[in-house]
Design a protein around this ligand. Structure first.
Ligand code: ZN
Length: 113
């Protein structure tokens, strides 16, 4: 389950930023996760709580925003929306899709006290 490792690095990023900003505790962490990032939000959330334990991030809520997957079709030349990497072009049925969006995973905002 790579979500555990991911959650640990997110907590690390948040702690680093909180230290820099002299924050006492973190209320919420906003995350943006692309539909194609291969991350299970529930598993990430669980890992986050565990990784945050005993740090100033403990008890912070994880607010996850999902962004859709996007791809460019090499066969018909259209920009299309996709749900997974295995999707075919919804317009022409081709498998020649180049993923152009929805792979990101980043911390977008911290709510602090
Ligand atoms: Zn196409």
């Amino acid at each position: 389950m790579h979500e555990v490792a991911l959650a640990q690095s997110i907590v690390e990023i948040v702690r680093e930023q909180a230290r820099r900003d002299h924050v006492r505790s973190v209320k919420a962490v906003h995350l943006r996760i692309g539909a194609l990032a291969n991350v299970e939000p529930e598993a990430l959330s669980f890992g986050f709580d565990a990784a945050a334990k005993g740090t100033l991030v403990e008890g912070a809520a994880l607010a996850i925003e999902r962004t859709p997957g996007a791809a460019f079709c090499g066969a018909c030349g259209k920009d299309v929306a996709v749900e997974s990497r295995l999707d075919l072009c919804p317009s022409c049925g081709s498998a020649q899709l180049l993923i152009t969006g929805g792979e990101e995973l980043r911390v977008t905002e911290l709510e602090v006290t």
